[in-house]
Design a protein around this ligand. Structure first.
Ligand code: FES
Length: 107
């Protein structure tokens, strides 16, 4: 029987998904979406995992992060300034508070 052992040398950040009342830990080299999947959590919609579909759209309410290039088709400049992002393109740099379920099909 496998037992999960937490490694004190590995940095992880706490990701709180407020609208789902869930939290999970995420390493700085995993995207928010990948970190969620690795922990077996289900609080962000999973799609292509590469920034192409918009399914994983979230709103970042607090916390430091870095983001990879994001399609303006799914997150406009104005939305980005309001904290919207694709969780498969965001790497945490500290504890974060986010809101999931912001996917809207492109008209
Ligand atoms: S999962 Fe498709 S854009 Fe993130």
């Amino acid at each position: 029987m496998a037992t999960e052992v937490s490694d004190p040398d590995v940095t992880t950040y706490r990701i709180s998904v407020v609208n789902r009342n869930q939290q999970y830990s995420c390493r700085p080299d995993d995207t928010l979406l990948a970190g969620m999947e690795l922990k077996g959590a289900r609080c962000i919609h999973v799609g292509c995992r590469s920034g192409g579909c918009g399914m994983c759209k979230i709103r970042i309410l607090a916390g430091e992060f870095e983001s990879k290039r994001m399609s303006r088709l799914h997150v406009t400049e104005a939305e980005a300034q309001q904290g919207f992002a694709l969780s498969c393109r965001v790497l945490p740099r500290g504890d974060m508070v986010i809101e999931s379920d912001h996917f809207k099909p492109i008209q």
